[in-house]
Design a protein around this ligand. Structure first.
Ligand code: SF4
Length: 712
């Protein structure tokens, strides 16, 4: 038996694993006791990884050779790699020559490794000359990115997991940590057990499992987080709980936000948020007066038409109280996907450039162009996820390359996404699994390696970079994602009359070394971090050349990466939801994760035991709402929004407030069928969700859709 150290491919906690293998077969997995994210622990998903990589599962679910469809709707036929990549390069070159570089788009994934991400980003921005590269991280963390930059000056989570043990108050907002980040939650439980005086506040419309550990639950109305945070700041000011010395020494813009929150009186906040004034007062008191307050937050803040405002309003509270830059204190976004952070680091979003550079900054564009040795990086902002599929549906984007993600299930407003995939002249899907809904729309399917088979790095929520290693040989004809991107790019270079020197990499380490050099002098400088160093132990960034280890906590000196070194209060306004409940659509629909499933279930859905926790999709409602509509547990209902309707059983859930409903995000077409408002066949909860997005982060509002629920 061989043992290989690697990282769990599921969530942003980034747990270390030891993969056991025998020849070509992965035979076991256990937590890596030496990994500082998990110290040997794994959750149900992580501890069953080896079973999802068995020979039987691989045979049934994996895409193992390139395939193409001569006609849409026909069964895909095998072809060789050379033919597949030549075909792809020819099609993309044709579209670029005929319609310009912005007629193509790349939609990639927070599941990709940093090396994969780097090559795709360079391919789009350095070779093709378009910023039309976005990722499913847009659905996950882009509001956190925008919130950090707006206030602290850089996309850098300032805290770390060790801070759970130093905090005296944990403020968990919009995160069911117990299910979505289970090993982080185990560490929170440990911290509470070691320090029973630590207070835990959970702000969430649902009474989730995370609330079981809470001293105070704030069951706020969906979408009212900004009002809650402004109300807390109002009380902090009124009670004298702000830290005037910290505000004066390290921040700017306080007067404006002070004026804005003047109207957010306890009475108004209680009425808008649906919580008691006493609970609001207690939350503000604990947050401000505890010796160290750490905020944890995730999709409840991010997946919102006010996502950036929610993030920024919460960070305002840390700045106003000086709860930042010291052990146990600070805002700490929990990353959804395993490498949403790494993708941001290489600039793999439509509005970013390598190493946290900004597309809108001419100097940053010049630096990246010079570093890559290309004449220029385009200045026109690229299409973000929702915009990209809308542009494809409108005929503006004609060729799409989709890697390691399943937009035909995961994107909001599925009717538009499916129209986009049908209208595109050429769709490439680069995937490990042949079972995803998006594969059905591909003209060309390219088989990729996945966990246990590929080599590279990922960054977790606390800025810690870990190695991902291949334990077994690549199955079938699969290739690593960065290799596929680079081989396609070399063929495209020739067709676009370029020198053919942009993608010289011999292995993943060569890609890493180039990315590493691109960070020199930036806030995330990792010029001191080599593969050899990461062999010994995962490391947090920044870690500059000559340094022996990274930094666990940022801003301890009170200096922020802004032009004047001061953090900025964000004067953000409370805005109502994009799609309010009204008489025809009287319920709020929330979506989210289950404990034992991951994304569209392409991996976790292969294991019967992971359905033990929740065996089937249901729409959850409050028992009183069900009684009023004479609905019994298990009865079929139509859940209908302005965009579509799906059919599924209803189940009683006292954890929800009145007028609210919840459907897990994982179930696709095999489980939930439906139709668009114009009659097209659709599947899954995203047949219903709204494409409305935050104006700053462009992250869609997956956490709220107005629906009606009627007996079938
Ligand atoms: Fe994997 Fe996340 Fe579970 Fe850790 S907590 S084992 S990273 S799914």
């Amino acid at each position: 038996m061989t043992e290989t150290r690697s990282t769990c491919p599921y969530c942003g906690v980034g747990c270390g694993v030891i993969i056991e293998s025998d020849g070509a077969q992965i035979t076991g997995v256990r937590g890596d006791p030496a990994h500082p994210a998990n110290f040997g622990r794994l959750c149900t998903k992580g501890s069953t990884l080896h079973l999802t990589a068995s020979a039987a599962v691989t045979r049934q679910t994996r895409l193992l050779q390139p395939m193409h469809r001569a006609q849409r709707g026909a069964a895909p036929q095998p072809l060789g790699w050379d033919e597949a990549l030549e075909n792809a390069a020819e099609k993309f070159a044709h579209v670029i020559r005929e319609h310009g570089p912005d007629a193509v788009g790349f939609y990639v994934s927070g599941q990709l490794l940093t090396e994969d991400y780097y090559v795709f980003n360079k391919l789009a921005k350095g070779l093709v000359g378009t910023n039309n590269i976005d990722t499913n991280s847009r659905l996950c963390m882009s509001s956190a990115v925008a919130g950090y930059k707006k206030t602290l000056g850089a996309d850098a989570p300032p805290a770390c997991y060790e801070d759970f043990g130093h905090a005296q108050c944990l403020f968990i907002a919009g995160s069911n940590t117990a299910w979505a980040h289970p090993i982080a939650f185990r560490r929170i439980e440990d911290a509470k057990a070691a320090n029973p005086a630590m207070k835990i506040i959970v702000a969430d419309p649902r009474r989730t499992d995370t609330c079981e550990i809470a001293d105070l639950h704030l069951p706020l109305q969906p979408g009212t987080d900004v009002m809650l945070f402004h109300g807390m700041l109002h009380l902090m000011l009124w009670e004298g709980w702000t830290d005037a010395a910290y505000i004066a020494a390290h921040t700017s813009g306080f007067d404006a936000i002070k004026a804005t929150v003047r109207d957010c009186t306890p009475e108004r906040v209680a009425q808008v948020c649906g919580i008691t004034r006493e609970a609001l007062f207690e939350a503000a008191r604990l947050f401000a007066t505890s010796a160290a307050t750490l905020s944890l937050y995730c999709q409840g803040l991010n997946q919102s038409s006010s996502g950036t405002a929610k993030n920024a309003a919460l960070i305002n509270l840390h700045l106003a109280t000086g709860q930042i830059g010291k052990p146990g204190a600070g805002p700490f976004s929990l990353t959804g996907q395993p490498n949403a952070m790494g993708g941001r680091e290489v600039g793999g979003l439509a509005n970013l450039l390598s190493a946290h550079r900004d597309l809108g900054n001419p100097q940053h564009r010049a630096e990246v162009a010079s570093f890559w040795g290309v004449p220029a990086v385009p200045d026109k902002p690229g299409k973000t996820a929702v915009e990209m599929f809308q542009a494809a549906a409108d005929g503006e984007i004609r060729a799409l390359w989709i890697a390691c993600t399943n937009p035909a299930q995961s994107m909001p407003d599925q009717a538009t996404v499916r129209r986009a995939l049908q209208r595109c002249e050429f769709v490439v899907v680069q995937e490990a699994f042949a079972t995803t809904a998006t594969c059905a729309f591909a003209d060309l399917l390219l088989p990729a390696t996945t966990w246990g088979e590929k080599d590279g790095t990922v960054t977790n929520s606390e800025r810690r970079i870990s190695r991902v290693r291949n334990a077994v040989a690549r199955p079938g004809q699969t290739r690593d994602d960065w290799v596929i991107a680079a081989e396609f790019a070399r063929r495209l270079e020739a067709r676009l009359g370029r020198a053919g020197t942009l993608f010289p990499y011999a292995d993943a380490e060569a890609v890493w070394n180039e990315h590493r050099e691109s960070t020199r002098g930036r806030d995330l400088d990792i010029t001191g971090m080599s593969y050899a160093m990461l062999e010994a132990a995962p490391q947090q960034w920044p870690l500059r050349e000559g340094e022996a280890s990274g930094r666990s906590r940022l801003y301890e000196d009170g200096v922020f990466p802004t032009p004047d070194g001061r953090a900025r209060f964000a004067d953000v306004a409370y805005k109502p939801l994009a799609e309010a409940r009204e008489a025809r659509y009287p319920f709020s629909l929330n979506t989210g994760r289950l404990r034992d499933q991951w994304h569209g279930m392409s991996r976790t859905g292969t294991l019967g035991r992971l359905f033990g926790h929740v065996p089937e999709p249901t729409v959850q409602m409050h028992p009183q709402d069900m009684a009023r509509r004479q609905l019994a547990d298990g009865e079929l209902v139509h859940v209908t929004s302005r965009r579509g309707s799906i059919l599924l059983p209803v189940s009683a859930s006292p954890e929800l407030g009145l007028g609210q409903s919840f459907i897990a995000m994982h179930w696709g077409g095999e489980y939930i069928s439906g139709r668009s408002s114009t009659g097209e066949l659709l599947a899954g909860v995203n047949a219903l969700t709204t494409p409305a997005f935050c104006p700053d982060s462009k992250q869609p509002e997956l956490k709220h859709t107005a629906v009606k629920i009627l007996k079938a």
